[in-house]
Design a protein around this ligand. Structure first.
Ligand code: FAD
Ligand code: MLT
Ligand code: ZN
Length: 454
């Protein structure tokens, strides 16, 4: 490693937490999809904010780039170094920073270290009789720092908003080693720029998040889960509105297509409907007597192809939660994974265009679409696409999205995979301001070089 020897890192974190053997570091250098294996001179694993600060000062002096990594479940290539990183680079893993503070049931919040997983936060909240608003299928690995850095969404955005909406405070270390700490349970504190809000979605390019103060809510109470057969997305939106007008709270609304249901049922998930409708939508709702009320609302809305179960209805949720893993296992190539936002009125039109494009494209392309439909967020997975065709196909699909005023990344971020879209969907002044912010926070471009910006 040019610049400085690993022993300078070891002086900070201990030799056991500086990994340099390529066989050992491979799992850190390879992203969850398996698409990317980057180059890194070392993986360093600090325990405390002070150690992070010392590491960044050390790397800054030596001109060593730093890629921050939490659970390495990111899906846009932002959590691993470039394949051909030019110059020394280390991965700073927060996997040893897992402390979860005591839940404050008066201020309804909990402070955690960046490496604590979503499941850790959920468990701490539940044990104190509170509720953490973020849930996603990667909960056992995705970390507090990672979900803030990607402003992760998940299945309850429709009820609680994205991760940014759960962040009350943040502790982060700047590239020069200084520590910024905003750590107050106050729900209103308008003193200066919203630094926590800016770090949400920063994808490791502005600072290393070392701690997060999350807001917590009251427990949800009883829920019910319905799986409903539908033929259009417009019908799904009608049903979500009907459930709300029926006095229930919509906790989740997840669209699945027949192709995805076939995959997860073939992988062992219990089918919910005997029919094979074009779409199956999972709606989870809370209320006084949710199972009965939900069944009543759906019957009144003319639904005749549905099952309703009392929550948590894990078998019904398994139909949705097993999509990502079964898609990855089923595809002959690494699936093209697009995470798009589409205006409600355009979802059916977009899906029709996508089906047509997949049929006409002239090479293998098996679309499996699912996602957080009430947020307008669809996960477009294109399976079996030959490696040499993937970039052009992704581009054609994202052009359809942009033509409909959609988002090329609804919740996963830009990472390395979608950075060439930044100047397409954000105008000159917008990109200039973001670059100016990046220069102000990280003047040497040391943090996650190549992520977010072309
Ligand atoms: P990593 O993958 O380690 O890193 C992601 C990005 O955050 C990188 O740019 C990294 O540099 C940065 N980062 C990580 N930690 C820090 C830190 N401490 N400080 C600064 N930057 C940091 N995402 C959703 O939004 N919604 C979903 O429903 C969802 N479901 C998923 C289901 C599965 C099965 C899988 C595999 C992934 C899913 N994801 C989902 C994607 C992923 O879980 C999220 O992007 C998550 O936020 C990543 O967290 P992580 O700790 O794994 O971060
Ligand atoms: C999900 O909602 O399951 C995730 O965002 C993962 C994916 O897109 O595969
Ligand atoms: Zn998602």
């Amino acid at each position: 490693m040019s610049g400085f020897a690993p022993d300078e890192l070891a002086a900070v974190v201990g030799a056991a937490h500086v990994l340099t053997d390529p066989d050992v570091t491979e799992r850190y250098r390879t992203d969850w999809t398996g698409r990317r294996t980057g180059r890194a001179d070392a993986v360093v694993r600090p325990r405390t904010t002070d150690e992070v600060s010392a590491l960044l000062r050390c790397c800054g002096r030596a001109g060593v780039a730093v890629v921050v990594q939490g659970g390495n479940t990111g899906l846009v290539g932002g959590s691993v170094p470039a394949v051909e990183a030019d110059g020394p680079v280390v991965i700073l893993s927060t996997e040893r920073m897992t402390e979860v503070g005591a839940v404050d049931t008066v201020e309804m919040c909990v402070g955690v270290q960046a490496g604590a997983t979503v499941a850790d936060v959920q468990r701490a909240a539940a044990a104190a009789g509170c509720h953490f608003g973020i849930d996603l299928a990667s909960r056992d690995s995705a970390t507090a720092g990672g979900i803030v850095a990607t402003n992760a969404g998940g299945v309850h955005v429709v009820r609680h908003g994205s991760t940014r909406a759960q962040v009350l405070g943040i502790e982060a270390v700047l590239a020069d080693g200084r520590v910024v700490r905003r750590w107050s349970p106050l729900r209103k504190d308008n003193v200066g720029y919203d630094l926590p809000g800016l770090l949400a979605g920063s994808e490791g390019t502005l600072a290393v998040i070392t701690g997060v103060l999350f807001a917590l809510g009251e427990p949800r109470g009883a829920t019910a889960v319905a799986i409903i057969g539908c033929d259009t997305a417009d019908r799904v939106f009608e049903l979500v509105a009907a459930v709300r007008r029926g006095g229930l709270t919509v906790e989740a609304a997840e669209l699945m297509t027949a192709a995805g249901i076939d995959l997860v049922v073939a992988a062992g998930a219990r089918p919910a409907l005997r029919s094979g409708p074009r779409f199956q939508v999972l709606i989870e709702a809370s209320g006084a007597d949710p199972a009965d009320e939900l069944a009543t609302v759906l019957a009144a809305a003319g639904v005749d192809d549905a099952v309703v179960e009392a929550g948590p209805a894990r078998d019904l949720w398994a139909l949705r939660e097993r999509h990502t893993e079964t898609i990855a296992a089923s595809s002959a190539t690494v699936p093209v994974k697009l995470d798009v936002g589409i205006p409600h009125r355009d979802v059916d039109g977009f899906l029709a265009e996508l089906e047509q494009l997949s049929a006409d494209v002239g090479h293998p392309c098996r679309p499996v679409v699912f996602g957080h439909v009430a947020d307008g967020n669809l996960h477009v997975n294109l399976l079996d696409v030959p490696d040499g065709e993937q970039a052009a196909l992704a581009h054609r699909v994202l052009e359809l999205v942009v033509a409909r005023g959609g988002s090329v990344s609804a919740e996963h971020g830009i990472g390395r995979d979608k950075r060439e879209w930044l100047p397409v969907v954000r105008d000159g002044a917008d990109v200039d301001v973001m670059r100016a912010i990046k220069r102000a926070w990280d003047p040497a471009g040391q943090l996650n070089p190549g992520v977010l910006f072309p």
